[in-house]
Design a binder for this molecule. Structure first.
Ligand SMILES: [Fe+2]
Length: 295
């Protein structure tokens, strides 16, 4: 296996390994798991991709999320990110499907709004537009390390509230339906996620974050905005330009990402699998003390 660095201090391409190698072999899995802890974003190119092999690869890393109501693939372990409507045509730019794609362009971490947040995500390219449609990543670990020590200490003991409806509301007021809102009540997480494997801490933020526990609303929003800006400062990102056969895996505990626009009339189809965080991934220390005591 060869490791080729891609981004500014994080992200790497793995060469000489396939999805099947990791799905079937313990050594390939162990190596990939360790490299994810180290590099936060892993790129595998020229893969033979199918739903089955993506699922088998992803399951090695932990329990898979079941896709939420209101998303394509609901009730399965696959999230279908597409611009192709049920009629086989590319959806109109003002359709809910297109608006959901637009919401994906906000910097975020997957599933911070869920009762069990995501450890990692695996995204495969199935149909890609000729131009645009990149996925852009930043390291929230490097962002945390850039902050001054006093702020780092404060954030280690701060908790933020995350709500899916908040991020969707930045695109259209009713983009999160009442059914989705009811299924996804706000969640509260520590603002720093410490990786138990290497002891390195990362900011835990997202477009879904809307308040800081114990902090006045405007002041909390202001600090969240400042931290988001610091974490996504120019020159800190890795932009992945998709090719057919690409698979990208990222550690949601240590990154944020966003989708980049592409010509609205072009089809794009991506499939995501999402691995839930477990105690071994450091999940318990993310809960506010009141919830730790209650469980
Ligand atoms: Fe995402």
């Amino acid at each position: 296996m060869d490791i080729v660095p891609l981004g500014p201090g994080f992200a790497a391409e793995l060469r000489g390994v396939t999805l099947a190698d990791v799905a079937q072999g313990d050594a390939a899995f162990e190596a990939t798991r360790a490299l994810l802890d180290e590099h936060s974003v892993l790129v595998l190119r020229d893969q033979d991709i199918s739903d089955d092999i993506q699922l088998a690869f992803s399951r090695r890393f932990g329990p898979l999320e079941v896709t939420k109501v209101g998303s394509q693939g609901a009730g399965t372990n696959l999230v279908i990110l597409t611009t192709i409507g049920p009629d086989g045509k590319v959806a109109a730019p003002d359709s809910r499907m297109a608006l959901r794609n637009k919401a994906n362009r906000l910097w975020h971490t997957d599933s911070t709004f869920k009762r069990v947040p995501a450890f990692a995500s695996v995204l495969s390219a199935r149909i890609i537009p000729g131009q645009g449609g990149e996925t852009e990543y930043v390291s929230t670990r490097l962002a945390f390390e850039r902050l001054d020590p006093a702020l780092r200490r404060r954030l280690e003991n701060s908790f933020a509230w995350h709500d899916y409806a908040h991020s969707r509301g930045q695109i259209a007021p009713d983009l999160a339906s009442p059914e989705v809102r009811a299924a996804l009540p706000p969640q509260c997480w520590r603002m720093v996620w410490k990786n138990p494997a290497n002891g390195r801490s990362a900011l835990y933020l997202a477009s879904h974050a809307y308040a800081i526990e114990g902090t006045e609303k405007d002041e909390g929003l202001e600090l969240l905005g400042e931290l988001m800006a610091a974490a996504t400062a120019p020159g800190t990102s890795y932009v992945h330009r998709w090719r057919a056969g690409d698979v990208v895996m990222w550690d949601n505990r240590a990154t944020m990402h966003r989708g980049r626009p592409w010509p609205a009339h072009k089809a794009r189809l991506m499939v995501r699998t999402t691995i839930s965080a477990t105690a071994a991934d450091g999940l318990e220390s993310m809960r506010p003390p009141s919830q730790q005591a209650a469980e």
